[in-house]
Design a binder for this molecule. Sequence first.
Ligand code: GRG
Length: 288
Amino acid sequence: MNFNKRFNDYKEIFEEALKNRIETLNSSNETLKDAMVYSLTVGGKRIRPVIMLAVAEVLCVDLNKVLPFAVAIECIHTYSLIHDDLPSMDNDDLRRGKPTNHKVYGEAMAILAGDALLNYAYELLLRSVTDNNSLSAARMLALYAGAFGMVGGQALDILSENTAKNEEILYKIHENKTGKLLLASTLVPSCLAGNECFDKLSEYGKNLGLLFQVTDDILDVVSSALKLGKSINKDADENKLTFVTLYGLEGAKKYADKYYEKAKNAIENIEDNEFLVGLLDFVKDREF
Ligand code: GRG
């Protein structure tokens, strides 16, 4: 299997679907639409859509069925990055190697672009619900994006900035903030396939999410702003709770190995799992 080719094939399928959706995106205001499209198309690995398409293919789910969910999750992810970069949150000037949304459109428009992307995601999800399986897939994504998932993790992260730092809090923040959208990427196709391989994909998705975050924490100290497309060394500067600030660089690498193995073991009995294993290598060895 040629991993890079397959990754790029999924990415292209996704980019085409996203382009088609953007062409029909209605907005009563052109500036708002420009701000939404700016962040949606400014770059990004598209790892969540790629995971969704890859798991869908393993489970023999029609890719056309999963594509609206893939566009929706990328809209949710993009809104979260716009809001995360705001002066009231992480106050970042650079994202995906380009000026952040509020640097280009101003803070008020960036908040609205994020809000509109989130609402657009739900419009897409509602339009995709045709049976019980698609209903449970949409509910899963909504649950994991909100207070029980990504937003809840972000809240915990902010609240923990000036409190005692320990493993339990670290795990809870990352399991939710970064982990739940990645978990949803593996479970949406399972829901669409009538909960096929649900437990195995759940274990895979959880550990993939933690692997993704520990790698992000490692990259914050070993990579460059040029490669990452965002500022570096922010975690230590801002007294953030990360795998590196808690366990040191070598300790964090050991956690990466542990989550990698757990994720790989979870899917060992799933047929045609090579690409899913390849995704773990991609996440662990990525430089950006
Ligand atoms: C503001 C509601 C709200 C939530 C923000 C996801 C998040 C929660 C904040 C992002 C902060 C951050 C850098 C988290 C680390 C992991 C992460 C989600 C990185 C960005 O995702 P990638 O690497 O980004 O998939 P690209 O640009 O490739 O799409």
